[in-house]
Design a protein around this ligand. Structure first.
Ligand code: CDP
Ligand code: CDP
Length: 223
């Protein structure tokens, strides 16, 4: 019998487009390691803020990065980033981090520090006997895993996304983050050629996941 393939699923999109919810569901359904790269950018942002390093000083950010040791902890089906042996908590969803994360994420040295780390998560998934990995972010299908087996790009109307975030009780400047993420020079948020673009504005989460799951289930060994 042919060995079951190891698959990589990339999900990108703007804030509150439905990336985390669908990635979490797919990870359960197909036993994939779930990697939320937004939480990595958030954790590094919280660390920079803790150290008093400003986002408008890329040299200071680069210097701080050389002093930061990254690790990975697998909890259930999720990969968590450790900074100095510690996994960040709820502070990464704070208003302060929401307001600063896109500024830090635009710094090439910071993105570069995360590049090989994110690619290395495939090996973490293999070591933990997952059947693949589902990674969500802004540049997964374009830069991190351009050869992923599946690349999805989620869209949704800005008002609908703001409504979703507010109903989670979060204060978040979605429009401003989208603007910064789409206009930065390094790895901007954009649907890469060849990715499957899905407008989730009027679709329930169940419908969106079903669309993705149907494509994945067509892979031999993944039904
Ligand atoms: O959950 P939400 O979509 O609001 O944001 P997130 O996925 O937690 O990402 C937070 C921020 O990290 C984004 O606004 C981007 O600035 C940055 N990010 C990025 O630049 N590249 C990624 N692959 C993931 C996140
Ligand atoms: O990860 P991302 O920021 O892209 O979005 P999310 O955290 O998965 O979804 C944000 C909120 O929108 C969650 O409360 C989801 O349940 C909700 N959602 C929705 O109502 N309809 C969808 N099609 C997708 C997400």
């Amino acid at each position: 019998m042919a060995p079951t393939p190891f698959i990589i699923v990339a999900i990108d999109g703007g804030a509150a487009s439905g990336k985390s919810s669908s990635a979490r569901t797919l990870s359960e359904r197909f036993h994939l390691l779930h990697v939320d790269t937004g939480s990595y950018y958030r954790a590094l942002t919280a660390e920079m803020l803790r150290r008093g390093v400003p986002a408008n000083d890329p040299a200071a950010v680069q210097a701080a990065l050389t002093d930061i040791k990254l690790g990975t902890r697998v909890e259930g089906r999720s990969a968590r980033m450790e900074i100095g042996g510690r996994v960040a908590g709820d502070e990464i969803r704070s208003r302060e981090v929401n307001d600063h994360v896109s500024h830090f994420a635009a710094i090439p040295a910071l993105r570069n520090a995360l590049l090989s780390y994110q690619r290395g998560q495939a090996e973490v998934a293999r070591q933990h006997s997952f059947r693949g990995l589902v990674m969500e972010g802004r540049d997964i299908g374009s830069v991190i895993f351009p050869d992923a087996n599946f690349r999805f790009f989620l869209h949704a109307d800005q008002n609908e996304r703001a409504r979703r975030r507010a109903s989670e009780g979060q204060q978040d400047s979605i429009a401003e983050r989208d603007r910064l993420d789409s206009s930065r020079k390094t790895s901007p948020l954009a649907c890469p050629p060849g990715a499957t673009s899905i407008d989730t504005t009027h679709q329930t989460l169940v419908e969106v996941v079903e669309l993705m799951a149907t494509a994945i289930a067509a892979t031999p060994g993944f039904a």
